[in-house]
Design a protein around this ligand. Sequence first.
Ligand SMILES: Cc1cc2nc3c(=O)[nH]c(=O)nc-3n(C[C@H](O)[C@H](O)[C@H](O)COP(=O)(O)OP(=O)(O)OC[C@H]3O[C@@H](n4cnc5c(N)ncnc54)[C@H](O)[C@@H]3O)c2cc1C
Length: 501
Amino acid sequence: MRAQRESTTKTVVVVGGGNAGLVAAIAAAEDHCNVRLFEAAPSAERGGNSSFTLGGVRVAFEDPESIFQLLSHVSESEAEMIRRRPYPAASYLADLLTLSQGEADEALCSLLVRWSLPVVKWMKGHGINWGLYMSGFAPEPLWIGSPGNLYAEGGGKGLVAALERRTKSLGVSIEFDHSLEEILLDDTGSVRGITIMQGAEQKRISCDMLVLACGGFEANEQLRRRHLGPAWASMKVRGTRFNTGKGIEAALRIGAQRHGQWDNGHAVPIAFDAPEFGSLALGTTTRRCLFQFGISVDRDGRRFMDEGQNRKTFMYSTTGVAVASQTDGFAYQIFDATFFAANFEKAYYLSGQHYKANTLRDLAASVGIPPDQFLREIEEYNAAIQAGGTFDPNILDGCATVGITPKRSNYATAICEPPFFAFKVVGGITFTYGGLKIDQQCRVLDGADQPIRGLFAAGEVTGGFFAHCYPSNSGLMRGAVTGYLAAKSASRDLKDLVVQS
Ligand SMILES: Cc1cc2nc3c(=O)[nH]c(=O)nc-3n(C[C@H](O)[C@H](O)[C@H](O)COP(=O)(O)OP(=O)(O)OC[C@H]3O[C@@H](n4cnc5c(N)ncnc54)[C@H](O)[C@@H]3O)c2cc1C
């Protein structure tokens, strides 16, 4: 689409009011740019997927003291409990590349890793309070400072509220209920504006720099079906209903290049009765990620995945599609009484629909699984567990099975102590991996790998960072790093434009 320039005011427009967009707005506004932020959701549904998170970011650090100094409100007794273990940049990069089976873009992953600590420090300077994650897992209910996870005070909602406060104090107002439709170029191919819908009214907004931070396409069933396939199309959406891929599609229409793994995404098991889209009132409570404390079976009572293939944070994102791929798209997670040793997440489970019985046969009957097959499966599983292991969810504990398929590689304990529980689960998509191609300055590239002048991208809009699997808490970190860098590049280019005009 072509448009004539309408205004001489030099403006950075940011589209999307999640973590990436808010960080970009702050980073541009602190450089005295004139910033406007447009957000498709009404204010009651503000903050995108970022609002649904626990607020965790994965940061690389060599010296644990550099993390300790970022913490707010640590009492002396808590300080004593903190384990201090570095998470070097090389480990973070290796985790990203290994989990992606070598398909992630190494240069982009290096960018994420390199900027993680500086950006987290910068965010602290803008009012984000950081804390550490308490695993809450027996036998070590300790604060854990590795692998590099910090948590924003107040979780995702707290993070978004703090970023919004800062955005506002820098004079940027968020224009809710404004949904990007098209990106407008001038005759030289530079971005000159956008069209946006406010209700039924179409508006044309001029800008000199545009930062797309309007999420992936996980909330768009049609695009999920087209790019990821039928198992993904039938999934529930864990987060915002507004991430429908409009920003990505608008950029593709003006010649942007796709990047990353378009036929895969992040998905986990969630409650069968969870709403179709995420609800801010429920937050993350619908997730069912304690699969390592029990076994997962299909509607016929058969196991279908290695529930202990890796540490939870290194495998959970692949389990949603495993569930969605079963007949009828659902499964059951089965636990015995030892489930009560699990961490805070068990409260999520017990707050939702579940089945409880004193015998496995009764459990199967109440759930509707063929009891004989179910009992045989559990008997075989229990018998296949190698003797001598000690269950420890904090490490790869080596408690494994032998001679059954699928194998259980870690965290295998017998399902034998009543009462027994069953939780019905479906796949819940978190976000998509495919997006736009960006360079080291977060400029969007065209098909010839040339930057589209004036166009930048941040957060879930971008592709290339993740593929196949995902190290937990890298999503907010990717959004913050790319939001920051996109804004700094836009601000620099804006200054060049002012000098030229
Ligand atoms: C339940 C859940 C838990 C998670 N937990 C974590 C966690 O603890 N740590 C972590 O790192 N990651 C987590 N993630 C992933 C994380 O949320 C994302 O990677 C990250 O928030 C993406 O940030 P973003 O700013 O790119 O996108 P979002 O936060 O989704 O923001 C995009 C914004 O763009 C808006 N938008 C969309 N289309 C348009 C349009 N056409 N016009 C205008 N605005 C538009 C949306 O309404 C939204 O507000 C979680 C995700 C979910 C769903």
